[in-house]
Ligand binder design. Structure first.
Ligand SMILES: [Zn+2]
Ligand SMILES: [Zn+2]
Length: 349
């Protein structure tokens, strides 16, 4: 019996070694494996979108601080099959490109404010959505200043617009699609396709104005806070929404990092980091906001500082469970939530 087992193990080893040698030397086998993997990958990549549902996709759950797991601020809203982006921070265009979402459906970008961690990938997403088949100037909405930001990016990318048309032809790359149609907003609600958008002025002093947004579609609703301290106004306008995507900064963690920078002799950076403590919301305060609005799900996003390990995650979420036992998610890039029409359900990842 022992001999049989040993013989069987030996055979498996010979086959495995033979397979590895063939994999390293056989071009035909390499090609076959790659082609199979490619077909499977392409088939699984496309995200099926139900046009009757409202969706929230996290395309950037991070902040200006470098975080390998999270791009800077970006929340995508999909309604009636159309794609809208609330902010498009650095790194988020790549998250969207690898998401499997059809970027040709992009119908507009809505800015909360113009800190660099919210605007840095506007040119890239205009470019990538154009490559995916979007046609015509990209609508860009935001408070005062939107014209400068949008036309600035369009100017920076206009040479590349010419290169792409010259290379791929105007049939594939519709001319004018790296232009931006900037539209300044105030607090008046407006319709984008079949979604009702309500801008909400929040408090991110000294940045004025700064907005959050509420989206209503087919009886379902999502609020995105933008950058803000806890805001009664946001709570009032957001009341009764299904999902709240709220920024959250851990003052304990940021304070500890600022203290260590001071110990290390970097007083300038320590002071600048400490400056961020008074214009954001803590995870516990975000949980209080969620309870005040009566939302079903709170998604903590714009996470500061980057959470590098489970110990930091514990400190970051400390006290949240005391306020809200259920319905809290720590955002990661690539999370997709579906809010089907005619139900209370929020389907998570
Ligand atoms: Zn900001
Ligand atoms: Zn920010």
């Amino acid at each position: 019996m022992r001999k049989i087992i040993l013989g069987f193990v030996g055979l498996v080893v010979v086959i495995a070694v033979g397979g590895l040698v063939a994999l390293r030397t056989s071009a035909g086998l390499q090609d076959k494996l790659f082609e199979r993997g490619l077909a499977a990958r392409m088939a699984s990549l496309a995200v099926p979108i139900n046009e009757g549902s409202l969706y929230v996709f996290i395309c950037g759950a991070g902040s200006p601080m470098p975080d390998p797991a999270r791009a800077s601020a970006c929340t995508a809203i999909i309604a009636g099959g159309d794609l809208y982006l609330v902010d498009i921070g650095p790194g988020s265009a790549k998250v969207l490109q690898s998401s499997g979402l059809d970027l040709s459906r992009l119908k507009g970008v809505l800015f909360t404010h113009y800190h660099s961690d919210h605007i840095g990938d506007l040119g890239e997403i205009a470019m990538q959505s154009w490559a995916a088949g979007r046609k015509g100037p990209l609508p860009v909405y935001g408070p005062k200043g939107v014209e400068d930001v949008a036309t600035g990016f369009a100017l920076a990318y206009h040479l590349d617009e010419g290169y792409r048309i010259a290379h791929h032809g105007a049939d594939h790359m519709a001319p004018g699609s790296l232009q931006m149609a900037a539209q300044e907003i105030d607090e008046a609600s407006f319709e984008l396709g079949s979604v009702l958008v309500t801008p909400i002025e929040v408090n991110h002093d000294p940045i004025r104005p700064a907005y959050g947004y509420r989206f209503d579609f087919a009886g379902r609703s999502v609020v995105v806070s933008g950058d803000t301290v806890p805001s009664d106004h946001l709570m009032q306008i957001g009341a009764g929404a299904d999902v709240l995507v709220h920024e959250a900064l851990s003052r304990e963690l940021v304070q500890k990092i600022a203290d260590q920078l001071r110990v290390n002799g970097n007083e300038r950076l320590s002071d600048m980091l400490a400056d961020t403590l008074d214009y954001h919301t803590s995870p516990v305060e975000a949980a209080e906001m969620a309870n005040g609005m009566g939302v079903k799900l709170l998604v903590l996003s714009h996470i500061v500082p980057p959470i590098a390990n489970p110990v930091m995650e514990r400190i970051y979420l400390r006290g949240v469970k005391n306020i809200r036992t259920n319905g809290v998610v720590l955002a990661r890039d690539g999370m997709l939530f579906e809010l089907p029409q005619g139900s209370d359900e929020v389907k998570g990842p």
